[in-house]
Write a protein that binds this ligand. Structure first.
Ligand SMILES: NC(=O)c1ccc[n+]([C@@H]2O[C@H](COP(=O)([O-])OP(=O)(O)OC[C@H]3O[C@@H](n4cnc5c(N)ncnc54)[C@H](O)[C@@H]3O)[C@@H](O)[C@H]2O)c1
Length: 257
């Protein structure tokens, strides 16, 4: 068998929330570029299906990102069976819509546990196990840069990811491990639909305000994640990488069409 080719050739990666959406798109691109990938998620059926599609270069493991014991098991196995860990993509996330006054502590805690604790536990596991020269990519959001009504817990968690990224970059930089955050805008996945109870919603009025006048897709975010995971971004760390169709290019006073 010839050695793998591509910008992630020989690298071992764990991608959380990779059973579908942006995580699945990243898993596909990573395998194309020569990585061996652990698809980690709580959605077992979809995760196993994707692993089957990707063949020998990928396997699926159940990982609830908010559970310390799951991290120990999944990272431990990757290091033992694949020989190390080079890339971690903290991509798993959940969204919850409710007004501040209506947000229960349980709602708030559920979002923080997955989005914020999950990223912390993942980075901590990587800090212990990752080979020197590795890369951690934390998926935040435009809500990690600016606020939006109805998503107080989500916004808090995504701001936290942006901050944690910088601390990790400073601590792990001497080992050549780079840590960056990605800030997607509105991306066409099932996340929004799930958060509103499965209904289809017409997002055209929102996308009309964007410079590019359209939603993004998972593959467009996967390209950015791939860039940050690979040595092509070798001098970038502790930084924020936005892919939002221009949503942060303007502000609420915009009177244009
Ligand atoms: N879709 C958007 O518009 C958008 C915009 C900005 C940021 N993001 C972020 O991008 C990331 C990927 O989201 P997506 O759009 O692909 O959504 P998605 O809902 O399609 O995928 C999220 C994945 O995370 C998994 N997941 C949920 N809880 C988990 C847990 N506790 N442990 C492990 N896995 C878990 C889900 O099973 C799912 O496979 C998220 O962090 C999200 O907040 C999404």
């Amino acid at each position: 068998m010839s050695p793998p080719e591509g910008c992630l050739a020989g690298k071992v990666a764990i991608i959380t929330g990779a059973a579908r959406g942006q995580g699945a798109a990243a898993a596909r691109r990573f395998v194309d570029e020569g990585a061996r990938v652990v698809i980690a998620d709580v959605s077992d059926e979809a995760g196993k299906e994707l692993a089957e599609e990707l063949g020998a270069a990928a396997y699926y493991r159940h990982l609830d990102v908010s559970a310390e014991e799951d991290w120990a098991a999944v990272v431990g196995e990757a290091v033992e069976t694949l020989g190390g860990l080079d890339v971690l993509v903290n991509n798993a996330g959940v969204l919850h819509f409710s007004a501040l006054a209506e947000t229960t502590l349980a709602d708030y805690e559920r979002v923080i546990r997955v989005n914020q604790f999950g990223c912390f536990l993942g980075m901590r596991a990587a800090a212990r196990a990752m080979r020197d020269g590795g890369s951690i990519v934390n998926v935040s959001s435009v809500e990690g840069i600016a606020g939006m009504p109805m998503v107080v817990a989500y916004t808090a968690s995504k701001f936290a990811i942006r901050g944690m990224t910088k601390v990790a970059a400073l601590e792990l930089g001497p080992r050549g491990i780079r840590v960056n955050s990605v800030h997607p805008g509105m991306i066409d996945t099932k996340m929004v639909q799930d958060a509103i109870g499965g209904y289809e919603v017409d997002l055209t009025p929102v996308t009309k305000k964007l410079a590019l006048r359209r939603m993004g897709n998972s593959e467009e975010i996967a390209e950015l994640v791939l860039f940050l995971a690979s040595d092509r971004s070798s001098y970038s760390t502790g930084s924020e990488f936005v892919a939002d169709g221009g949503s942060l290019a303007t502000h609420a006073l915009n009177m244009g069409s």
